[in-house]
Design a protein around this ligand. Structure first.
Ligand SMILES: NC(=O)c1ccc[n+]([C@@H]2O[C@H](COP(=O)([O-])OP(=O)(O)OC[C@H]3O[C@@H](n4cnc5c(N)ncnc54)[C@H](O)[C@@H]3O)[C@@H](O)[C@H]2O)c1
Length: 340
């Protein structure tokens, strides 16, 4: 049996990754280490094969807890754990520095101490900043790191520490940089689940600025598969961009959701733009496709349909969140704009 250590595996992408690995392999045991912050949810892990999946609640900044949970000679450590929401990083960046930067370094130190064979850092295209909207330029693995939000800056800093671990200590590292994910179990503060749940409830859909910011969307399982392949086939020190060649303006995404739910476009409400809002992300995934033999398997149309269906069939999951601390967050972010 291979032993892998996954951090942040109770979140949106981490839980999709854990499910995929358990389903598609028979010789991998997973230790899932997650602090269960507001974004972590044990509901996301229901029904997993308990003989091959063990959950441990813990913080990646807590060195002793990490050392206790991480097995000696583990085959890999996959670092998904992060503060992941740009808007929250604009309101308060310190938690992002702590978890995303210090937490990553704690994991690197623990991986060295426990002789972990490979360290996979799950990063984001946002470390490369923004692209002009009227351009045909794409983010490539050698694009400069030019993060614009505190979130992106913390993820870029984490990448530097991962690189430094490789250069200084010879740690076997791989970094993946993916575009915007969507799919089941995404916390409703993010664009697609926010719009689905507001539309389902007949509430206004807050769209930032002119709605023309472009994101490159990928179905979460396709991202999870790319991370697994990067672990299995990626070169030591490799960086892999992951994207499904699916650029969409935010407004186009929102309109597609309303159309799929049979709701009127009049629910759209333009609100004050996010500070420093990156205009366009677009990923050239040729290296990942060619070197890892990866291709996205889910089209945008299928993925969006599956996602909407999941939120329709799992309203308790969303309502549980919408009724908790999230309500205060939502009020703070959009309350004034939506009532104006
Ligand atoms: N969502 C995207 O579109 C996207 C795209 C590219 C890369 N990423 C990266 O993928 C990773 C996962 O993103 P996500 O969207 O699933 O995020 P998420 O916010 O849904 O989940 C993050 C998880 O990390 C856990 N966590 C947070 N702080 C922790 C800590 N200190 N110790 C242990 N666990 C902690 C949370 O409890 C949660 O389960 C992140 O590293 C993010 O930067 C996300």
């Amino acid at each position: 049996m291979k032993k892998i250590f996954v951090t942040g595996g109770a979140g949106f992408i981490g839980s999709a990754f854990v499910k995929l690995v358990l389903e598609e392999t028979s010789d991998v045991e997973i230790i899932n280490f997650d602090a269960l912050t507001y974004a972590g949810n044990l509901e996301n892990l229901k029904g997993l094969d308990a003989t091959r999946h063990k959950f441990i609640k813990g913080d990646i900044c807590d060195k002793d807890a990490v050392l206790q949970a991480l097995p000696e000679n583990a085959d890999a450590l996959f670092n998904f754990a992060a503060e992941s929401h740009v808007d929250r990083s604009i309101s308060s960046a310190s938690e992002f520095v702590l978890t995303n930067v210090l937490g990553t370094q704690v994991l690197i130190d623990a991986a060295r101490a426990k002789n972990v064979r490979r360290f996979i850092q799950v990063s984001t295209d946002e470390v490369m900043g923004t692209l002009p909207e009227d351009d045909t330029a794409f983010f490539r693995e050698d694009s400069p790191l030019e993060p614009n939000s505190p979130y992106a800056a913390s993820k870029a800093a984490a990448e530097h520490f991962v690189r430094a671990a490789r250069e200084t200590f010879g740690v076997d590292t791989v970094i993946t940089r993916c575009g915007n994910n969507y799919g089941p179990r995404q916390f409703p503060e993010k664009l697609i689940p926010l719009m689905i749940s507001n539309a389902m409830n007949g509430e206004a859909l807050p769209v930032y600025g002119d709605g023309k910011n472009v994101r490159d969307w990928i179905y979460v399982e396709d991202h999870a598969r790319a991370i697994w392949l990067a672990y299995e086939k990626g070169e030591k020190g490799g960086i892999y961009n992951v994207g499904a060649r699916n650029e969409r303006q935010n407004i186009e995404v929102v309109q597609s959701i309303l159309d799929a739910l049979g709701k009127p476009h009049s629910l759209i409400k333009y609100v004050t733009d996010r500070l420093g809002h990156d205009r366009r992300y677009a990923i050239d995934a040729a290296k990942t496709e060619n070197e890892l033999g990866w291709k996205p398997q889910t089209t945008w149309e299928e993925g969006l349909q599956k996602t909407i269906r999941w939120y329709q069939e799992n309203q308790d999951w969303t309502n549980h969140i919408r009724n908790g601390a999230y309500r205060d967050y939502y009020q703070k972010m959009y309350g004034a704009s939506l009532s104006a």
